[in-house]
Design a protein. Sequence first.
Length: 110
Amino acid sequence: MIGQTVRNLRKQKRISQTELAKILHVSQQTITAWETGKAEPSSSAVSNLADYFNVTTDYLLGRPEKQTESRQQTISEAIETAMANDGKELDQHDKDVIKSLIEAYLDNKR
């Protein structure tokens, strides 16, 4: 799955396997192996590919992006209904801080 995605992204950028290999500091044979499914990129290589192609690692790995959207929606809904300890509604700054903390926690939990 990831191999075909890498190949498609590389072709969209109109770069050769050799050029991509130089950018990622791997051999051209490594790119070929990824694209043909003979090898899987390491987690750091997946991260580098995602950064270079400006996509998420989930996209590269073929994971549905709806999970992220669903998580974002659930977090946002929970924060919108949250109240401070005194029962008053939280201001937008407090909501943004809480949302960032929750997202960071969940990202680190993976």
